[in-house]
Design a protein around this ligand. Structure first.
Ligand SMILES: *Cc1c(COP(=O)(O)O)cnc(C)c1O
Length: 443
């Protein structure tokens, strides 16, 4: 597969290895695949019964061929995905639970594949690849965990000191080994600025092979298409209502996914799955009050904005970087509106929804998932949704955001991976928000 920059579709195609290892195109654009492959008919008709790992293999293969051969890809997938993405019935809809990975958020799906792909593509190099990544909380944990113990790669995660949760700090700074953590005395924006300055530093570039692992990297998006295809297949076939295997009748209908969105990487992956032929009817893009994309869908006018802080903070993005990818790939505004419906949700309504859903069903929503849940409620109330199967992507485990959820629901059960992470001792270098201090730590 060849990849083009969103800003120059005619020239400068590169292969998957180059697109993944460089992240951003030289002209500042994002890499997009030149075409979207289709599932072979035999795969397409078996999506409802294939294992997640097999669907991941069929989904990723055309995007990474020929640089990653089939046998290597199969190994990577089995190592990366020792957990599932179950689809559960909750009240009048379904929840696609994407929080069963080691850091309890959907970013594990992208980060774990990316780590193994990088290791494969760099095999035989003497110099280790050094990954620099800035995080406001969730990305850093998933990237640290994904790359932990991966041969030939070292990682430095920068996070704003005192502005991540104690659990997130342990996920980022508690692993050690090939993962180093740097607590910056400043904001997330300072962390991002330091990473950008480090990438421009000639001395550092001579000493180290540098790369980044942020969410614009196409190798993080591609594997996410797999869970959409798997869930759409299951819904089309009929999803077991409970552990006893009682089937809830679902006529052979394509599904609607509601995607709690910030940078819009997850939604982009969903659109890949649709284009590849998974039985998907459309999407709801649900945001918090950082509503640049819902406003664009409403008015036809796109405006990047400053981000505003909310209780669903992994979605506090005023200028979503994947918007450029969405627009470049497909869409006239009208095509976009046919496939994606926008909605935004306030913090008050997010809290109310966490409390209500727990009271009526016993199910715990994290604040990001609750934005999606409420978005569906709002569209249903306005009769703006067709009937048929519908799933909200549960993007994080509620225990990850216990400070917000527990006052509304009472105690949230903690999964083992999070309980174990809480026992780690965070160990980070603390630096002022200055490039000289970062260069010293990196030397
Ligand atoms: C990153 C994140 C999101 C937003 O995903 P995008 O791909 O940036 O739109 C939503 N929920 C959680 C829990 C996240 O960590």
């Amino acid at each position: 597969m060849q990849y083009y920059s969103t800003r120059n579709k005619k020239n400068g195609a590169v292969n998957f290895a180059a697109a993944a290892l460089t992240g951003l195109a030289p002209d500042g654009g994002l890499y997009v695949p030149e075409t979207l492959p289709e599932y072979p008919p035999a795969v397409r008709s078996s999506l409802g019964t294939m294992s997640f790992q097999d669907i991941a293999f069929e989904t990723i293969k055309p995007f990474v061929s020929p640089e990653i051969p089939d046998a290597a890809l199969a190994d990577m997938i089995h190592e990366a995905y020792s957990f599932e993405a179950p689809l559960r019935h909750v009240g009048d809809r379904m929840a696609l639970e994407l929080f069963h990975g080691p850091t309890a958020a959907f970013k594990d799906f992208g980060a774990r594949f990316m780590a193994r792909a990088f290791a494969y593509l760099r095999r035989g190099e003497d110099k280790p690849l050094h990954i620099l990544v800035a995080t406001s909380g969730d990305t850093g944990g998933a990237v640290a965990d994904g790359f932990h113990g991966v041969q030939g790669i070292t990682v430095t995660v920068l996070y704003p000191k005192g502005r991540v949760t104690p659990l997130q700090e342990r996920q980022i700074a508690g692993l050690g080994g090939n993962i180093s953590a740097v607590a910056v005395e400043g904001s997330f924006d300072d962390c991002q600025r330091l990473v950008k300055e480090a990438f421009k530093n000639e001395g550092l570039k001579k000493r180290k092979d540098l790369s980044s692992a942020n969410s614009i990297n196409v190798s993080r998006l591609i594997p996410q298409a797999a869970y959409y295809a798997a869930a759409a297949g299951k819904a089309f076939t009929g999803v077991p209502e409970n552990a006893e295997g009682v089937f809830r009748a679902i006529a052979k209908q394509p599904i609607i996914f509601c995607v709690p969105s910030g940078n819009f990487g997850n939604l982009t992956a969903g659109l890949y799955a649709l284009e590849m032929g998974a039985p998907i009817r459309g999407f709801i893009a649900a945001t918090n009050r950082n509503r640049s994309v819902p406003d664009y869908l409403e008015t036809g006018y796109y405006e990047a904005r400053f981000s505003q802080a909310t209780i669903s903070n992994a979605m506090d993005v005023g200028a979503p970087s994947n918007f450029e990818r969405l627009i470049a790939h497909w869409f006239s505004l009208n095509q976009f509106r046919r496939i994606v419906r926008g909605v935004w949700v306030s913090d008050d309504d997010t809290r109310k929804t966490i409390a209500e859903v727990h009271k009526t069903t016993g199910y715990f929503l994290d604040p990001h998932t609750a934005v999606g849940w409420r978005g569906v409620d709002q569209l249903l109330a306005n009769r703006r949704l067709p009937t048929g199967p519908l799933a909200v992507l549960a993007t994080a485990h509620p225990a990850k955001f216990a400070e917000t959820v527990e006052p509304l629901t009472g105690p949230v059960p903690v999964p083992q991976s999070l309980a174990e992470a809480m026992k780690r001792k965070p160990n980070a270098a603390i630096i002022p928000a200055e490039i000289s201090a970062l260069l010293e730590v990196l030397s």
